[in-house]
Design a binder for this molecule. Sequence first.
Ligand SMILES: [Zn+2]
Ligand SMILES: [Zn+2]
Length: 132
Amino acid sequence: MYKGSCLCGGVSYELRGELGPIVFCHCSRCRKAQGTAFGTNSPVQKNEFHLLSGQELLTEYESSPGKHRVFCGRCGSPVYSRNTALPHLLRLRIGLLDTPIAARPVAHIYASSHAEWEAISDALPQHEANIP
Ligand SMILES: [Zn+2]
Ligand SMILES: [Zn+2]
């Protein structure tokens, strides 16, 4: 089980299940949403995600058709994204986890969009777009 919370602490949750493959996403939308070079995301089962507090703070922005980025409306922490085409999944922003994570990231996605000021300097596979 994992616990997570946003920067202000208003949003907190438990993940009563496992993380899916952790990826670094270098797409330009993640860059803007996170304010940094890439997002670090893991797909999780929606029915294993339990919000403990902050329902009233969760704010959504539809950044591309069907893709909703969900963040804390008070502190701005990105919590997860959801895609209406994949209703059983959430893509968790794992920087909000407070529980130690044993798994390690497996890949870079949208590597071809990476910021020109960022050097991808590890040996993980780099995918031009999403993982097939
Ligand atoms: Zn917050
Ligand atoms: Zn992205």
